[in-house]
Design a protein around this ligand. Structure first.
Ligand code: B12
Ligand code: SF4
Length: 551
């Protein structure tokens, strides 16, 4: 058992004698790729003696109702990490209430923390909001409700009373992350070629101040140190535990900004790498991080690659200086390009966040962004993906759009007007044409499928023995990705000319659908042929590992 699970954490002012753990707690959240927030909350409650049931928000709501009526929980906690889901959660709450679930409903996550008044107004069935990091506040709330004590004076809570919505004093962020228990995880969900993956955290918080990002606002609004890192030895200990007890070999670090930037965090990463080597994990596990482009240091990343780094996700966001300035990225286009080139040179796969459109966009910036995409992924090193900046609650850019009268949409679909109204039409046509064809978004879409093929390639390269024909396979995937990216970029460019210069429409939804599905078919055929040809070797490698684990 990991040492972190031995300490009993108690809420401020709550002794174990006051605790009635006879009723369980139900937590509901979006569980795709597991949900670390709920995992930490569940582990904290369990450590205090409570039984906890976690439900996937996407589960049939009749199952959730059945469990709520049967288990009679003291609290149902809803995790709203995507603002766009707020009204869906509201509908689920109404359904539970209408069918006789009377217990306390609470909610946590970015949107309810930053916009607690709006959340409480929108969701009449909600009894409270737990603001910011929820471990200690939820535990104390459950303790109070279980023991029939007043919970309205707890730190970090918001609720409604006769006078309106009230928020109590904010609770400080968790100072020492190593005091938290290991989060509970849903295993068995994510596997690549039989290798299991799980999300992890090495740190919480981000020191940067991008204008569109609710993350730094979430960590900056609450009192306490914004960025906190775990002890590298503890992180590796958790990885080893997950490898040895659960056969996890792919670790997805979900840190907002993996500790890499500047001398203090570089030292942190070097210690982390040394721990990985000391525990003989390189070669047996791979890991993925999120970071900014200005943290990609060639020397350090070569060492990270040797220790199992296999994927880097970067929020590049814009290919224009004006866009980066509007988004307050405090980075240059040149730095973004340099980071991508470095990763390509040292052989670390990358994916990236990119906003084709932001509030400063013009048709010129759209073309410049497309040119930037051609430059970085025209060679097929990653699938093309892009979106539009969304003005989330609690962010400086949303406030600025509201101040200047440009904010549109509603809470589930916040939107804004572009300075050039023709861009609104361009955007809607783009959504209509590209999204419906399943190129960049949606179930089975081409770009995510290409990225998945790249992920498999990198897992094959690092966690399986050398396979015959691997280099040819990589070249084939790169060729398909390159052709698909260049086609998509050209299509978007052509659509933009329709609105900027009144040029004729060259594309129909059917054309796009047939082009994207022909790429998808090529991809699936190429991939399946390669895997099928090598399936005996792949199975043998998985079996050898399973035997080694049992021995
Ligand atoms: C992992 C991740 C994903 C994963 C899976 C998420 C999951 N199931 O957990 C995947 C890849 C699927 C994903 C997808 C998307 N994501 Co995402 N994702 C994240 C990420 C990087 C980490 C989440 C995490 O594990 N955090 C660590 C845990 C410990 O923190 P936490 O979740 O905040 O939980 C704590 C508190 O919030 C609170 N709390 C949370 N829930 C509850 C519940 C209760 C009852 C209580 C008391 C407390 C509480 O206590 C927790 C412990 O301290 C976050 C960024 C972030 N830092 O949170 C973005 C983030 C949540 N994603 C975001 C977005 C926009 C998306 C997408 C829409 C992106 C896209 N364009 O496709 C999609 C949406 C998918 C969909 N179905 O609609 C945004 C949400 C913005 C917003 N304000 O709505 C975030 C914040 C990133 C950002 N750039 O701003 N995402
Ligand atoms: S670097 Fe990433 S996490 Fe940090 S403020 Fe910017 S977008 Fe948010």
């Amino acid at each position: 058992m990991p040492s972190g699970q031995l300490t009993i954490l108690q809420g401020e002012g709550v002794s174990s004698g006051d605790r009635d753990t006879s009723r369980p707690v139900i937590l509901i959240g979006f569980q795709r790729q597991s949900n670390l927030g709920l995992g930490y909350l569940a582990a904290t409650l369990r450590r205090a003696g409570y039984a906890v049931e976690i439900f996937d928000y996407e589960r049939d709501r009749a199952d959730i109702l059945e469990a709520a009526l049967r288990l009679k929980p003291v609290v149902i906690g809803f995790s709203l990490i995507f603002q766009s889901y707020v009204m869906h959660f509201g509908a689920l709450m109404s359904y539970l209430r209408e069918n006789g679930v009377l217990c306390h409903f609470t909610m946590g996550g970015h949107f309810p923390s930053l916009s607690y008044e709006r959340t409480i107004e929108l969701l009449p069935e909600l009894d409270s909001v737990v603001r910011f990091e929820g471990e200690m506040t939820l535990l104390e709330l459950v303790d109070c409700l279980g023991a029939g004590r007043n919970w309205r004076a707890l730190q970090g809570i918001a609720y409604r009373d006769a006078a309106g919505v009230r928020a109590t004093e904010m609770r400080a962020l968790v100072h020492d992350l190593d005091q938290l228990p290991y989060p509970e995880r849903t295993f068995n969900r994510n596997a690549v070629l039989g290798r299991h993956a799980t999300p992890m955290l090495a740190s919480r918080g981000c020191a940067r101040t991008c204008s569109f990002c609710s993350i730094h606002m979430f960590y900056r609004t609450a009192p306490g140190k914004v960025v906190r890192t775990r002890n590298p030895a503890e992180v590796v200990k958790e990885m080893r535990f997950l490898l040895e007890e659960h056969g996890i070999t792919i670790f997805l670090f979900q840190d907002d900004d993996f500790p890499l930037f500047g001398p203090v965090w570089k030292k942190w990463t070097r210690e982390f790498l040394a721990e990985l080597h000391r525990n003989r994990l390189p070669g047996r596990v791979v890991w993925k991080i999120n970071c900014r482009a200005d943290a990609v240091d060639p020397e350090l990343f070569i060492e990270m690659r040797r220790a199992g780094l296999h994927m880097v996700y970067m929020g590049l966001e814009s290919g224009t200086e004006e866009g980066l300035k509007t988004l307050h990225k405090q980075i240059t286009v040149e730095q973004n390009i340099r980071a991508v080139e470095t990763l390509k040179q040292i052989g670390v796969r990358f994916e990236f966040g990119f906003m084709l459109l932001d509030p400063s966009s013009t048709f010129e910036s759209v073309l410049a962004n497309l040119q930037f995409l051609r430059k970085i992924i025209g060679d097929g090193s990653a699938g093309a993906g892009f979106g539009r900046m969304v003005p989330y609650d609690g962010t400086p850019i949303k406030d600025e759009l509201a101040r200047t009268g440009r904010l549109r949409g509603d809470v589930s679909r916040p939107d804004y007007d572009f300075l050039d109204p023709r861009l609104n039409d361009f955007y809607h046509e783009l959504i209509r044409m590209v999204d419906v064809t399943g190129w960049t978004h949606g179930y089975g879409a081409l770009s995510p499928a290409l990225n998945f093929a790249w992920e498999e390639l990198s897992i094959l390269e690092q966690l399986f023995p050398a396979l015959p024909g691997f280099d040819d396979y990589r070249r084939a995937i790169q060729q398909i990705t390159s052709e698909s990216n260049l086609a998509l970029i050209q299509i978007v460019e052509d659509i933009s000319y329709m609105f900027s210069d009144g040029r004729a429409n060259l594309w129909s939804v059917n054309d796009l659908r047939s082009r994207s599905s022909s790429f998808t078919e090529r991809l699936i055929t190429t991939r399946d042929e390669f895997i099928l040809r090598n399936q005996d070797l792949l199975l043998e490698s998985l079996q050898t590992d399973a035997q080694a684990a049992c021995a």
